[in-house]
Design a protein around this ligand. Structure first.
Ligand code: GLA
Length: 373
């Protein structure tokens, strides 16, 4: 690494989502938080236009700011290129070459958004190093668009928002239509949030994600022809969706039904969490998982096994798959006294059933992207 200019250190966390899955791109409410697992970046400016980005585990790649930025199929560098391209379009001529090395604690493909952490960490680092004056909202948008155009996932705004705006010991109740948000205390004691990583990532996830989004857009298009007051699928009440049994295919109707119900669950979840009614929140988590499995069809055997297994433990208040689906983690709320027994029992059962090691991850909520002083 070039040592002539001072080093800038940036920390970018992963995120969890308590409830409100596949709701962000449908304009409803989600309830994410940034977590205490992160990517740590070291940046240095260079005096030319060459950028070298090095991942401790995945190797290096290089690009020239004066040339067209070319994506490479299935390469993590696309997240970086997308952000650089977004910044370059907004502030032509302001970027210079740089070195960036990073080390990640976020397992790839586990649904805790290592991708948004990478995008937002790069955006924040470049913003600071080159004095661009971008707001957090602008960086969130640059990161989201990078994922659409350079990676091909037509994601919503939740991951980038949580990674950028997270606060320690807090959850974010985000309205994805307006980007207005409320900050809620993340106090679940005596329960703890534990992720169980299936360590599988079924590779249909990007195409299936984009298909779900297209199905939801179709449902909105059909229904809003008659009900023009609805601009977002998440806001359409179930009583209206039910009138479209003839006009929508079975699958599209299922997607719309799930979205409407999950949005209601998320609003209720925010209320009950604030009232300390954690048991009710646990029920909502199980209902969310049921909808993701049977109506939205984005779960998989491994996730369903973990959620079903947890139901036999009184100390587990709630569990559901988290993130885009088809693998990754479940999120579980567990009484601290039952934690050890539950983890050892479910790990053994999972190993026996799938011959795969389960990885439990205890997480706490944390601040969003920060610059180390
Ligand atoms: C991925 C996407 C998010 C969101 C979730 C599902 O993490 O990046 O925008 O849609 O899936 O809730």
């Amino acid at each position: 690494m070039n040592t002539d200019s001072p080093e800038l250190i940036v920390h970018a966390p992963g995120r969890i989502n308590l409830i409100g899955e596949h709701i962000d791109y449908n304009g409803g409410y989600v309830l994410p938080a940034a977590i205490d697992l992160k990517i740590k970046f070291r940046f240095r400016k260079k005096q030319n236009s060459i950028c070298t980005v090095t991942s401790e585990s995945q190797g290096s790649f290089e690009f020239n700011l004066n040339e067209e930025l070319q994506t490479k199929e299935n390469h993590w560098g696309n997240y970086v290129l997308g952000v650089v391209a977004g910044i370059r379009d907004l502030h032509p001529g302001k970027l210079q070459g740089f070195d960036c090395e990073f080390k990640s604690e976020l397992p790839i493909g586990s649904g805790i958004s290592s991708s948004a952490a990478l995008e937002c960490g790069i955006a924040k680092g470049l913003n600071e190093m080159f004095g661009l004056g971008l707001s957090n909202y602008e960086m969130i948008e640059i990161a989201r668009v990078a994922e659409h155009n350079f990676v091909g996932t037509k994601c919503g705004v939740m991951d980038q928002f949580a990674v950028m705006m997270g606060e320690e010991k807090k959850l974010i109740l985000l309205n994805c239509e307006t980007l207005a948000y409320d900050i809620i205390d993340a106090d679940f004691s005596p329960y703890q949030i534990v992720l169980l990583n299936t360590n599988v990532s079924h590779n249909l996830s990007t195409s299936a994600y984009n298909t779900r989004r297209a199905e939801c857009e179709l449902a909105l298009k059909v229904i809003s022809k008659d009900y023009s007051e609805y601009q977002q699928l998440a806001n359409i009440p179930l009583s209206i969706i039910e009138k479209y049994k003839e006009k929508l295919t079975v699958d599209v109707l299922k997607r719309a039904t799930y979205v409407s119900m999950e949005n209601s669950r998320t609003k209720e979840a925010a209320e009950v969490i604030q009232k300390g009614q954690i048991k009710r929140f646990g029920e909502l988590m199980y209902q969310s998982h049921e909808g993701l499995t049977n109506k939205y069809n984005v779960s998989c055997d491994e996730l369903d096994f973990l959620v079903d297994y947890s139901k036999d433990f009184d100390n587990v208040i709630g569990a559901r798959m988290m993130g885009g689906g088809f693998g990754g983690c479940t999120i579980n709320l567990i009484h601290h006294e039952g934690l050890k027994d539950f983890i050892s029992s479910i790990s053994e059962a999972y190993q026996n059933r799938f011959h795969i090691k389960l990885t439990p991850i205890r997480v706490a909520t944390s601040d969003g992207v920060t610059i180390e002083n």
